[in-house]
Design a protein around this ligand. Structure first.
Ligand code: HAM
Length: 438
């Protein structure tokens, strides 16, 4: 038997899975709520390819990041055409692709502030565990333009927190920090190198390496032996220049004025190199979520467009990990598969008639199922029950002859006779009234 590749999974209709965190319908529900929220906040959808030139991520996300140095699915194209030998990569994230599209389509010429959202799979070659997959799904948004007003940061965070509340996801914490700009960054690095110089030999191997290549990411280390040293480091917020500090304080004020609770987390640096100023994450304390408890993350990236060869552009965005959001949902609804109408037929002529009626019903917007076996009416009704059909239309020879058909309410087994000439209207009315009552 061939199974899915390691650390990937099938998302399934609820009927075929015992794992609510893999129910397709739960994913759809989050996507629907997110789309409505994006619409209210003025975001438009963008769909970029699921693979891009490797260089985009190397330059955009940063060569020293775990994502680029270890986790990308990269291959050399062997198309046999002009691009033979080109290095391509399954996208590990969607911010660099969106900024690439912004530049490629010169979006700034059409609008000062471009607000885009995306929903789709991302790929990272990580070691799988609860809430961590090699193909996972993100819902994300990016605000691009000339403006870096702190109210933009606060508004996006407001939208996110509203989205979590609407989905009923509680027990979370919003953590926020500022990683400064190109003027603050060398100060951070200098401080970290200085403070850890005589301790670095006691720290984890990854941290020793980062000390050389990317000292800021030491703050993000999860290694236990590193924690006491990291906790004792001075806060980077103290090292921000005036502009970055003003920006950060304004974001915090805007959040406070909206009643959004947050914690300033001076160790939060995030695993992508493009960030400047604001960075944030929301973690979940729900029992359903394991150690991988970051539900979403994001921040400001005011240099990314230039890094990718575009004009100076300010950027702010975030991405929710859909797989983790679904795990944190309070309850999972059963899914939309429930038919309004199930057609029960007795005899060959009734079956043929039933097939045509099913088509008409569906065209009229009714979710309709029909029995393709020669079941007895009794066992067909049992099946209708199992499918949670709202009504059954019973057609036998007598019914066909008399033009008086039987409509059965599956909820209370009551039956009424409906005229063949007006069957669709009768059924639509019956469905409408039970749906209103549900
Ligand atoms: P990120 O923090 O790498 O940020 O990913 C965002 C979210 O995606 C995480 O908080 C997590 O919920 C989910 N996630 C990441 N890796 C996995 C995985 N292997 N399995 C399951 N879920 C995962 C970004 O990707 C940035 N592009 C966010 C952003 C947008 N920043 C600015 N704009």
């Amino acid at each position: 038997m061939i199974q899915v590749p390691q650390y990937t999974r099938d998302l399934l209709p609820a009927d075929f899975s015992n794992d609510p965190s893999a129910f397709v319908h739960a994913f759809q529900r989050v996507e629907t709520v997110a789309r409505a929220s994006f619409h209210r906040y003025g975001f438009q959808e963008i769909r970029t390819p699921i693979f891009e030139r490797t260089e985009l991520f190397a330059r955009g996300v940063g060569l020293e990041t775990d994502i680029v140095s270890k986790e990308m699915f990269t291959w050399l194209d062997r198309g046999g055409d002009d691009h033979e030998g080109e290095s391509l990569t399954l996208r590990p994230e969607n911010t660099a692709p969106v900024v690439r599209a912004y530049i490629q389509h010169q979006m700034w010429t059409k609008s000062d502030l471009v607000k885009l959202f995306y929903i789709g799979p991302q790929f990272r070659r990580e070691r799988g565990q609860r809430g961590r997959f090699r193909q996972f799904f993100q819902v994300g948004a990016e605000v691009l333009g000339s403006n870096d007003h702190p109210a933009i940061d606060a508004e996006a965070i407001e939208m996110l927190m509203g989205l979590l509340a609407e989905l009923g996801i509680g027990d979370t914490e919003l953590r926020i920090n500022s990683v400064g700009d190109e003027e603050c960054r060398p100060r951070f690095v200098e401080m970290i190198r200085r403070e850890l110089a005589d301790k670095i030999h006691l720290m984890s191997e990854a941290t020793r390496q980062r000390y050389e290549t990317n000292p800021l990411r030491i703050l993000d280390s999860k290694a236990e032996e590193d924690q006491p040293f990291i906790e004792n480091l001075p806060s980077t917020i103290e090292l921000l220049n005036t502009e970055c500090r003003d920006h950060f304080e304004a974001v915090c004020r805007y959040l406070e004025s909206r009643g959004i609770r947050f914690r300033i987390e001076p160790r939060l640096v995030r695993g992508l190199d493009y960030y400047t100023k604001t960075v944030f994450e929301v973690v979940s304390f729900s029992d359903a979520i394991g150690a991988q408890n970051a539900l979403l993350g994001g921040g400001r990236y005011d240099k990314l467009a230039e890094t990718l060869g575009g004009p100076p552009t300010k950027g702010f965005g975030f991405a929710l990990g859909l797989d983790r959001i679904v795990m944190a949902l309070p309850e999972t609804t059963a899914g939309p598969g429930r038919p309004d109408l199930f057609i029960v037929h007795l005899g060959a002529a009734a079956f043929e008639k039933g097939l045509l009626l099913a088509r008409e019903a569906r065209t009229a917007g009714i979710a309709c199922a029909i029995d393709f076996e020669k079941r007895s009416p009794k066992s067909a009704l049992r099946l209708a029950n199992k499918l949670k059909a709202r009504f059954a239309l019973i057609l036998g020879e007598n019914e066909l002859e008399s033009g008086q058909w039987t409509l059965r309410s599956m909820a209370d087994s009551s039956q009424e006779t409906i005229p063949a000439s007006d069957w669709l209207a009768s059924i639509l009315a019956a469905i409408g009234s039970v749906r209103n009552a549900e």
